[in-house]
Design a protein around this ligand. Structure first.
Ligand code: AMP
Ligand code: GLY
Length: 420
């Protein structure tokens, strides 16, 4: 099979690495890729949000199967265009991608599916939104309705912060994304992510993970795209995972099918867990980054068969081959991230590191320049290890981190603390 992966992050490097272990992969191209991906696959450059460009590239390169990494091409309808052209694709239609692209749409689906989630109001008028906040009181959560690159959610511990967020959003701080807001009840508990493959009808769980959103140790400082992750997440016990499937995931998939917009792809289910009960925080229509890195490390070669089975609507007869293992990834980011960060610093020491089924450095924002690997993004490396215990995997991951010579970068020393 000739495979095309769309994206350029650590998520796509991990997907590429897993796909290449599967003997069914004859040729792999990643667009646009990064310096790490370029070491293991061919990289190509075209606009991955332009349907015509993606379809013509896939046709010209005899691609049999396309795996879409990020949400933006999905929201732009890339999976629809590929399906119209008769090319097999892993990823939801634009209509189904609304589960990430519109917070109010997700809340409406939860209502129809009777799925446990935070109580909410949906507003297109700033004054009505302010009245609702005053009536509900703090803590309260204000969310821009549309895609806002992870910056559209304000968890307000006092009323004034929430009111200020309304002014910002209706004042255009998030562009079109803020013309509509969802205001939610603040949920307490522990967060975990549950990853489910869907083929329109069947839900197949492929793992749990916990992310570390804040930039600083002890979960302090501003939010980031994620500074590290591990899998499995012990808080998502088998019993709670089953409740999440029965009460949230399957009813959502059934409701999407009932509306004529079946969900196919991976559903990233963000859960808040309290007193043994899961509630939905959010859906994403893609793998998490860096959660994908730990999931791929654990699934290995079977990952490609699982994604292919989802695309071919065969999940009802597909099983995951589970191992009782643990994986962890530590993100190394450029100094200054998530604010303005330095670009172009050189990373040394990568060549001496082991790269095997238990130890991998997945690249995010890297470029090869003059024989060296340089940092060109905010999040740059994902140092990933798998082991029989989380502690063992973590020790090996940090040993690799310590062997990387990169004065231009930093990382958190406490990834995995919640589980250990
Ligand atoms: P979202 O983009 O919806 O995942 O929100 C980003 C983060 O905000 C989540 O990962 C949670 O930590 C937090 N959050 C979102 N909604 C709520 C809520 N209703 N209650 C408490 N925290 C929330
Ligand atoms: N790591 C969080 C995300 O991918 O949304």
């Amino acid at each position: 099979m000739n495979i095309l992966i769309l994206g350029s992050g650590g998520r796509e490097h991990a997907l590429a690495w897993a796909v290449l272990q599967n003997p069914k992969c004859d040729k792999l191209i990643v667009a646009p890729g990064n310096a790490g991906i370029d070491q293991i696959a061919d990289c190509a450059s075209f606009d991955i949000e332009d349907g015509s460009a993606v379809v013509s590239f896939a046709e010209a390169n005899a691609i049999d199967f396309v795996i879409v990494g990020p949400e933006a091409p999905l929201a732009a309808g890339i999976a629809d265009r590929l399906r119209e052209a008769g090319i097999l694709v892993f990823g939801p239609s634009a209509a189904a991608a609304r589960l990430e692209a519109s917070k109010s749409f997700t809340k409406e689906i939860c209502d129809a599916a009777n799925a446990p989630t935070a109580a909410y109001g949906h507003f297109t008028d700033a004054q009505a939104a302010r009245d609702y906040i005053r009536q509900q009181g703090a803590p309260i959560v204000v969310k821009a309705d549309g895609l806002a690159a992870g910056k559209g959610v304000i968890v307000a511990m006092d009323e004034q912060t929430a009111l200020d967020a309304i002014d910002d959003m209706f004042g255009g701080a998030f562009g079109g994304a803020g013309a509509e807001v969802v205001i939610e009840e603040f949920m307490e508990g522990e967060e975990a992510s549950f990853f489910i493959l869907c083929d329109g009808k069947t839900a197949l769980p492929i793992g749990t993970a916990q992310d570390h959103k804040r930039v600083g140790e002890g979960d302090t400082g501003p939010n980031t795209g994620g500074m590290g992750a591990y899998s499995p997440a012990p808080v998502l016990t088998d019993e709670i995972a089953q409740k999440a499937l029965d009460q949230i995931v399957q009813p959502t998939i059934d409701e999407m099918a009932r509306r004529g917009t079946p969900y196919q792809g991976v559903l990233y289910v963000g859960l808040m867990i309290k007193d043994g009960q899961p509630r939905l925080v959010e859906y994403n229509v893609r793998f998490g980054d860096p959660e994908c890195q730990v999931l791929m490390m654990r699934l290995g070669a079977q990952a490609m068969d699982l994604l292919h089975s989802a695309a071919e609507e065969r999940l009802a007869s597909t099983r995951v081959n589970w191992a009782d293992d643990h994986a962890i990834t530590v993100v190394m980011a450029a100094n200054g991230y998530p604010g303005a960060y330095e670009k172009g610093s050189v990373i040394n020491g990568l060549d001496a590191l082991p790269e095997d089924s238990r130890n991998m450095v997945f690249h995010s924002g890297t470029t090869a320049a003059g024989g060296a690997i340089t940092a060109t993004g905010g999040r740059v490396l994902n140092v990933t290890a798998r082991g029989d215990s989380l502690q063992e995997a973590r020790d090996r991951a940090y040993a690799m981190v310590d062997a990387i010579d990169w004065p231009g970068g930093f990382f958190r020393r406490d990834i995995g603390w919640r589980a250990l």
